[in-house]
Design a protein around this ligand. Structure first.
Ligand code: EAX
Length: 323
C-alpha cells in the first residue's frame, strides 16, 4: 500500500472501529529487484521479508517483485510508487554521482576487501549522499565480480577485446573502461540484454557468475573469460517518506532485517561463486580461466588517470589502502 493510501485506510479503520472490531492496519512494502527469485537478490529480499514481517507481527507485509530494468525501479522508488530497490550500482551513479567511485575497475582485490570497505565508514559515507537525491541508501548488498562473455572468440588478453560490441550497464565508469580497451560499449538496461544477444546487436556482455547462472546467459553466449575486471556492488535503496513513516522501533527492525538480507545475499553470492563456473561448463560454456590481469590493468592506464581526475581521488586512495 502506498503512503497516501495508508492514511486513508487508517481513517477508515477509525471510522469503522465504533461498529466493528478494527482490522489491524497493514502496510505493504514492495521491493523490486531485477533477477529471478532463485538468485542472490531473491535470497536477500526473502530474508529481509521474513525478518521484518516476523519482527512487526504482521503489521507490515513485504511484497517482492521482479523488474529487470534497474533504472526504472530507482525512478519508481524516488517517486514513491515502489518502496525499495535491490539491484546493482549499474545505473545508480546517474542518480547519486558519489556512487561512481565504487564502480572503478580493479579497485577491490577480492570479496573480503569489497565487503569490508562497503561496511566501513567509507561505504557509509557514500550511502549518506543518497539523502540529498531523494533516496535512502539503506545498506550495501552484492552482485559480484564481473566477467566477460561473448559469442565470437576466446578472450585471453586485452587485444582480444578490441572491436567486440559489448553490452554494458548504463554506467559511465564502465563504458569508459570498455572504450579504452578498444571495445564498442553499448549501454542498455538488463531487460534488453538477452534479446540484444539473441539478435546479435551485441557480441558480448559482462556480469557476475551468479547473474550468468541465474539468467541462463550460457544459452546465448559461448565464451566466458574470468576477467574479474570490476566488482559490482549491490544496494538496498528505499523511499524516504516510507522510511520516515516508520516508528523508531519499526525502523530499527527494518535495519535488522536489511542486515539479514545482506547476509543471505552475500552467502548466496559466495555459494554461486563456488559452484557456478563448473555449472556453466556443464551447460556448455567454454571457460578461459587464465587471464593476464596485469595486461588488462596496463591497457586501462588512461582510464585510471581519468577516474583520478573526475572521481573522489581521496576515497579511491583510501579504498586501495584498506586492509
Ligand atoms: O544487477 O544489468 C546488469 O548487468 C546487472 O548486473 C544485473 O541486472 C544485476
Amino acid at each position: 500500500m502506498t503512503i497516501a493510501r495508508r492514511a486513508a485506510v487508517a481513517a477508515l479503520c477509525l471510522a469503522t472501529a465504533a461498529v466493528t472490531a478494527p482490522a489491524m492496519a497493514q502496510t505493504t512494502i514492495t521491493i523490486q529487484h531485477p533477477l529471478p527469485s532463485n538468485s542472490h537478490y531473491g535470497a536477500g529480499a526473502q530474508a529481509l521479508k521474513e525478518s521484518f514481517e516476523r519482527a512487526t507481527g504482521g503489521r507490515y507485509r513485504v511484497n517482492i517483485q521482479r523488474n529487470d530494468n534497474e533504472r526504472e525501479i530507482i525512478e519508481s522508488v524516488q517517486i514513491g510508487t515502489v518502496e525499495c530497490y535491490i539491484g546493482s550500482t549499474g545505473p545508480v551513479g546517474n542518480f547519486v554521482p558519489a556512487v561512481r567511485v565504487v564502480d572503478v575497475p580493479f579497485l577491490f582485490r577480492d570479496y573480503a576487501h569489497a565487503r569490508g570497505v562497503l561496511d566501513s565508514e567509507i561505504g557509509q559515507n557514500i550511502l549518506q549522499q543518497f539523502n540529498a537525491r531523494g533516496l535512502v541508501g539503506v545498506i550495501w548488498m552484492e552482485n559480484g565480480f564481473r566477467h566477460l562473455t561473448n559469442s565470437r572468440r576466446e578472450v585471453h588478453d586485452p587485444g582480444d577485446v578490441r572491436g567486440l560490441k559489448v553490452r554494458t550497464m548504463e554506467n559511465q565508469v564502465h563504458m569508459r573502461a570498455f572504450t579504452t580497451l578498444g571495445a564498442l560499449p553499448t549501454p542498455m538496461a538488463f531487460s534488453e540484454l538477452v534479446p540484444a544477444l539473441q539478435q546479435g546487436t551485441v557480441d558480448g556482455q559482462e556480469n557476475p557468475i551468479p547473474v550468468i547462472v541465474a539468467n541462463n546467459l550460457n544459452q546465448v553466449q559461448r565464451y566466458l573469460t574470468l576477467t574479474g575486471h570490476v566488482y559490482s556492488p549491490g544496494l538496498l535503496i528505499c523511499n524516504p517518506a516510507m522510511m520516515q513513516a516508520m516508528s523508531p522501533a519499526d525502523r530499527a527492525a527494518f535495519m535488522e532485517a536489511a542486515r539479514a538480507g545482506q547476509k543471505a545475499n552475500r552467502d548466496r553470492v559466495s555459494a554461486d561463486e563456488a559452484s557456478g563456473i563448473e555449472e556453466l561448463r556443464r551447460r556448455g560454456m567454454q571457460v578461459v580461466t587464465s587471464v593476464d590481469t596485469a595486461a588488462f590493468q596496463a591497457a586501462l592506464a588512461s582510464a585510471f588517470a581519468q577516474y583520478e581526475r573526475e572521481l573522489d581521488a581521496d576515497t579511491l586512495r583510501r579504498i586501495r589502502a584498506w586492509q
